[in-house]
Write a protein that binds this ligand. Structure first.
Ligand SMILES: [Zn+2]
Length: 230
């Protein structure tokens, strides 16, 4: 990869986006574009991780490490430079993977009567609505095999958060609602945490682009509320 391609990659993946995609949150702002938070690279007690968003650089006063988004990916995933580039390119290319995943989950919905029964119980009974919202079902234990069969390597699936570090499907017994850049998973089981998202931005208001020109908008809290209103 030449210098220009590297710069391009860095431009496409702002450091802050990537950090936030990996659950990093700034604790405070030092000055415009300079943020301080806990270091994701070592067990940090007080915020010692500085991020300069305009330069796309980080530096940790605790562990003394710093650099750009590529360097961060190397350190965070403990991989060498070429592998970090692969991971970053995959992260940038997430939407096709989510599309594929959502399609697979939609296929599963109609194979699992318990999932359809749950939708009914929550008042979602119209097949058109289920189609419109592209609602699917994650039974667990089959997504990884499917995606690898269609050509996605395992590290890509782990990086996207679809497969856990121990190799299992991250979403199990969950209804899945595709968002712009994420998948919302609602657990059918009371034993599991009810709401789950993949790492990364959860997106803003659902369906906002479709209604932003409307003179009046009704805002609801969750996707089930939206579906029920519909
Ligand atoms: Zn550190």
């Amino acid at each position: 990869m030449n210098r220009r391609a590297l710069d391009e990659l860095k431009q496409q993946i702002p450091l802050l986006d990537y950090l936030q995609g990996h659950e990093w949150q700034p604790a405070r702002q030092l000055s415009r574009g300079r943020l301080m938070g806990l270091c994701p690279l070592h067990a940090d007690q007080k915020p010692s991780f500085l991020v300069d968003t305009s330069k796309g650089l980080f530096y940790c006063y605790g562990c003394g490490r710093g650099g750009d988004v590529i360097r961060f990916a190397e350190l965070y995933h403990q991989v060498k430079f070429p592998q970090a580039l692969v991971l970053l390119r995959q992260w940038r290319g997430l939407p096709p993977l989510l599309h594929e995943t959502a399609g697979f989950y939609r296929m599963q919905l109609h194979r699992h009567p318990e999932a359809v029964a749950y939708l009914y119980q929550r008042g979602l009974r119209s097949p058109e609505l289920i189609e419109h919202m592209r609602i699917g079902y994650a039974p667990g234990g089959c997504l990884r095999g499917w995606l690898m069969q269609v050509g996605y390597p395992l590290p890509t699936l782990c990086e996207a958060g679809l497969v856990t570090a121990s190799g299992y499907d991250a979403y199990t017994h969950r209804l899945v609602f595709p968002l712009d850049s994420n998948l919302y998973g609602r657990s059918l089981s009371a034993a599991a945490p009810p709401h789950r998202f993949l790492p990364g931005a959860k997106g803003g208001l659902y369906a906002w682009e479709q209604v932003r020109q409307c003179p009046e908008v009704i805002l609801v809290e969750g996707l089930f509320d939206y579906a029920a209103l519909w």
